[in-house]
Design a protein around this ligand. Structure first.
Ligand code: BV8
Ligand code: ZN
Length: 237
């Protein structure tokens, strides 16, 4: 049975997305050729140590990305997944992305594994703030006087426990699992398609290039998500 048929018959569908699904919205991916910012790689800046050492540099990087995200609009890949949610009886969108584009596209049941670039939290009292304003080179501070940090999970930091366990239980119970626009490289997110496969799901990868899960999945489409997702899923956007 083809993917459209499987989706029609599925009770539970889960999707994992990564930076690749936002590439066609103009947001650079992490490990693609455009993944560099100045001469830094994400792994060097998205760490508590980098923030400790040079909060100004790390905030400059996030301010640059926030402005990229602010200019971005959802593309047909995001819209196709929002439409899929309307069809599947039980649907979960698990994203590694922090850009907020899935919500803008209309997706509802979203699990943000790595946080959200529009939220920041106080390093001292954990007070949260949400804003889409450019930082203008200023370091954001909390009313309590301490520094604010991006509310984002950095390398070496634990993912939010509640969100992570819900993501794994969705991977275990899904009949159809899609992995879209991720290099399937970063732990623990990259284990989700593997757990889905081990639990009997029909797993489909849509990613521009081969990844460590490409051999393991039932279908691998090395094409642009925005170009093929609507027809692949059989949804009108
Ligand atoms: C944890 C927030 C444990 C930042 C991110 C050695 C030393 C230290 C740590 C480790 C280590 N080895 C392993 C680890 C663990 C580490 C890890 O996995 N590291 C990797 C580099 C090996 N993981 C962690 O540290 C995690 N935490 O394990 O905690 C713990 C437990 C208890 C207590 C304390 C600690 C935390 C991981 C989260 C890190 N934060 N993001 C930010 O965004 O600013 S990860 C970062 O990578 C992004 O979130 C991103 O989403 C994620 C994954 O990348 P992708 O989304 O896949 O993006 P990428 O560019 O890689 O790929 C895009 C793909 O799209 C490409 O393949 C491309 O071909 C494709 N594409 C492009 N265009 C399109 C397309 N596909 C389709 N259509 C297109 N148009
Ligand atoms: Zn505070």
């Amino acid at each position: 049975m083809d993917l459209k048929g499987r989706i029609k018959n599925a009770e539970r569908v889960a999707v994992l997305t990564g930076a690749g699904i936002s590439a066609e919205s103009g947001i650079p991916t992490f490990r693609g050729a455009d993944g560099l910012w100045k001469q830094f790689r994400a792994e060097e800046l998205a760490t508590p140590q980098a923030f400790q050492r040079d909060p100004k540099l790390v905030w400059e990087w996030y301010d640059w990305r926030r402005q990229k995200c602010a200019q971005a609009v959802p593309n047909p890949g995001h819209l196709a997944l929002a439409e899929l949610e309307r069809i599947a009886p039980h649907f979960t969108l698990i994203t590694q992305n922090v850009d907020g584009l899935h919500a803008l596209a209309g997706s509802k049941h979203i699990l943000e594994l790595h946080g959200n670039i529009w939220r920041m939290r106080c390093v001292a009292c954990e007070a949260m703030q949400e804003s889409r304003e450019p930082l203008g080179g200023e370091l954001p501070h909390c009313d309590c006087g301490a520094l604010m940090r991006p509310d984002i999970v950095w390398f070496g930091e634990a993912l939010p426990q509640q969100v992570l366990s819900e993501a794994f239980s969705c991977a275990r119970s899904a009949e159809v699992f899609l992995s879209v626009g991720t290099s399937a490289w970063v732990m623990p997110a990259c284990q989700l398609p593997v757990v889905a496969k081990q639990s009997g799901a029909y797993v489909v990868e849509v990613n521009l290039e081969k990844t460590p899960i490409s051999e393991m999945v039932d279908e691998a489409h090395h094409r642009k998500a925005g170009e093929i997702l609507p027809s692949l899923l059989g949804v009108e956007i």
